[in-house]
Design a protein around this ligand. Structure first.
Ligand SMILES: Nc1nc2c(c(=O)[nH]1)N(C=O)[C@@H](CNc1ccc(C(=O)N[C@@H](CCC(=O)O)C(=O)O)cc1)CN2
Ligand SMILES: Nc1ncnc2c1ncn2[C@@H]1O[C@H](COP(=O)(O)OP(=O)(O)OP(=O)(O)O)[C@@H](O)[C@H]1O
Length: 237
């Protein structure tokens, strides 16, 4: 892959093990060893505080920054050397000030089919093709999703490229999401397997934060794209 940092594999499509050396021990690290009752107590108060700050910062961006940001992000995503020529691309319906994917969706090459996530009762995401005008329903979080049954929908493993929303990201390609664990549960299989799907976290530059303690379940995107930068996950970082 062009522009890769030294020591990184040539492409995220090559087999590799996700790097973990930057992990810092916190209450989250010991979560699996706590009794089920203790586990219900949310030990991630630091993450919750960080999410609040970053979500507020994201909501404060101006309409001009949002329009320009979505266009620049589309340019960057469409120029990825690993952008597949055909297959399914998972996006999302932007909410709460997330960077928009509309410019990306309308400029997708003809061989790529844009999909939106659906919440499945088993706690993981499914995906369904969606084009402007197709029916939508709102899920439990008030986010629009295609009006199809999650049961018969596509799996994450069927996606060739999976664009992930984020609340925050770090230079090490760590991703902080909304806190529901939806993407981590859905993509747990990527711990054992290389791309596809190629995982690309996207956000505004303003969503970058200092390195965070990894939780054992965190799945790192292969890349992070912002309007101005493409960061590559280095497994040894
Ligand atoms: N646009 C978008 N779609 C997405 C996600 C996302 O982050 N962004 N998800 C990423 O995983 C999944 C939904 N995950 C979510 C997890 C938590 C909350 C949440 O806490 N929302 C409310 C409070 C809870 C509520 O209303 O019940 C909030 O905004 O504070 C929202 C979505 C699937 N679809
Ligand atoms: N692979 C998994 N198996 C079981 N539970 C998980 C898994 N991944 C995440 N979780 C649960 O999800 C919760 C939220 O995880 P986390 O704070 O990392 O969410 P997030 O990545 O910010 O959210 P999202 O992916 O929905 O945007 C965790 O407290 C954990 O209990």
């Amino acid at each position: 892959m062009s522009g890769k940092p030294d020591g990184c594999p040539a492409s995220p499509l090559e087999p590799r093990v996700q790097g973990r050396s930057a992990r810092i021990a916190t209450a989250e690290t010991f979560l699996p060893f706590l009794s089920p009752d203790r586990r219900r107590v949310n030990p991630s108060s630091e993450r919750a505080a960080l999410r609040k700050t970053l979500r507020q910062r994201r909501r404060q961006l101006s309409p001009g920054q949002r329009i320009a940001g979505a266009e620049a992000l589309a340019d960057r995503l469409l120029a990825l050397p690993d952008l597949p020529a055909t297959g399914y691309v998972a996006g999302y319906w932007a909410t709460d000030g997330e960077i928009g994917l509309h410019a990306f969706q309308i400029r997708l090459p003809a061989g790529l089919i844009y999909c939106l996530p659906l919440l499945h009762a088993d706690g993981t995401l499914r995906f369904a093709p969606w084009r402007p005008g197709d029916p939508l329903v709102t899920n439990r979080y008030g986010i629009p999703e295609p009006d199809v049954h999650a049961e018969g929908a596509l799996m994450a493993a069927d996606m060739h490229l999976l664009v992930m929303p984020l609340v925050g990201f770090t230079a090490q390609c760590q991703r902080l999401g909304m806190g529901g664990g939806w993407y981590d549960r859905t993509l747990a299989f990527r711990r054992e397997r290389p791309a596809p799907p190629l995982l690309v976290g996207v956000g505004f530059d303003e969503q970058q934060t200092a390195p965070i303690a990894d939780a054992p379940w965190d799945i790192h995107p292969d890349l992070i794209c912002t309007p101005t930068r493409t960061l590559h996950r280095c497994p040894s970082a």
